[in-house]
Write a protein that binds this ligand. Structure first.
Ligand code: ADP
Ligand code: MG
Length: 248
């Protein structure tokens, strides 16, 4: 059996991950309390995506412990499918199923993983599609949507699984500037509704406004973390200061 710790949060200690001889996570400690929004910032290649992907075991850690949504992810007997059912993930490149309609994108995992009936899954999907402003797009295919609309479908698809935790990996980096605001507004709303969220982002204004906690990573380590007013507004570490000078 897996231990039950941190019902909706994340607790990571000493997390290590290597690709061959390249150690990209060098002992990461991170706590995300239930209902908190944590933003991960840092230069390209610092290990942010790898960290996020380790949380739902899209990457297999080489060391350390991860507790997520009540599961011990680093227990070799963990029920990975059950764990992932509680963890929604939204990617930079949307990753919608191209051969399925918008509605089907939002129902397939509900039926397969949660064993919901078609009617129930469609009702849940419609609720979330309406909430992201896409109630009238259910019969379209992803290719017929703008990037911002596809990302809103991806968020609705994740929310249709009733996740305890949402992971976002640069959700607005591939979007046209005029659609970034729509996606950030949905994420802001989710945060206000109390969703636990880990967000990799280069949107410093969003991080400063919405995050409870900001983590600055560089070269596989956490260099500095704390309240956004401190880490983004008044960083102590030279590496954080350099990074912020370049992105702000
Ligand atoms: P970030 O998201 O901060 O840009 P990543 O986590 O994507 O950083 O990458 C961290 C490092 O790990 C980089 O050096 C990258 O090249 C390497 N890396 C990421 N994924 C893989 C992979 N599947 N195989 C080999 N190296 C990888
Ligand atoms: Mg990345």
């Amino acid at each position: 059996m897996t231990a039950t710790i941190a019902p909706a949060g994340v607790q990571i200690t000493g997390l290590r991950k290597s690709y061959g001889s390249n150690e990209v996570l060098k002992g990461i400690d991170l706590t995300v309390n239930p209902g908190q929004v944590v933003c991960l910032i840092g230069p390209s290649g610092s290990g942010k995506s790898t960290l996020l992907r380790c949380i739902n075991l899209l990457e297999q850690p080489n060391g350390g412990t991860i507790h997520v949504a009540g599961f011990d992810a680093t227990d070799e007997d963990v029920d990975v499918d059950a764990m992932r059912a509680h963890v929604g993930m939204v990617f930079q490149q949307f990753n919608l199923f191209p051969h399925l309609t918008v509605l089907q994108n939002c129902t397939v995992a509900q039926e397969k993983v949660l064993k919901r009936s078609r009617a129930e899954a469609e009702a849940v999907a419609r609720k979330h599609l309406s909430a992201v402003g896409l109630g009238s797009f259910q019969s379209r295919y992803p290719v017929e949507l703008s990037g911002g609309q596809q990302q809103r479908v991806a968020i609705a698809r994740a929310l249709s699984m009733d996740p305890k935790l949402m992971l976002f990996d640069e959700p607005t980096s591939a979007l046209d500037p005029e659609t970034v605001g729509d996606v950030l507004a949905i994420m802001r709303g989710l945060a206000q509704d109390g969703m636990t969220m880990v967000v990799v982002t280069h949107e410093m204004a969003f991080a400063r406004e919405v995050a409870d906690h900001v983590v600055f990573m560089d070269r596989g380590v956490v260099v500095e973390q704390g309240h956004p007013d401190q880490v983004i507004g008044n960083p102590k570490e030279p590496r954080t200061q350099d990074f912020l000078r370049r992105v702000l």
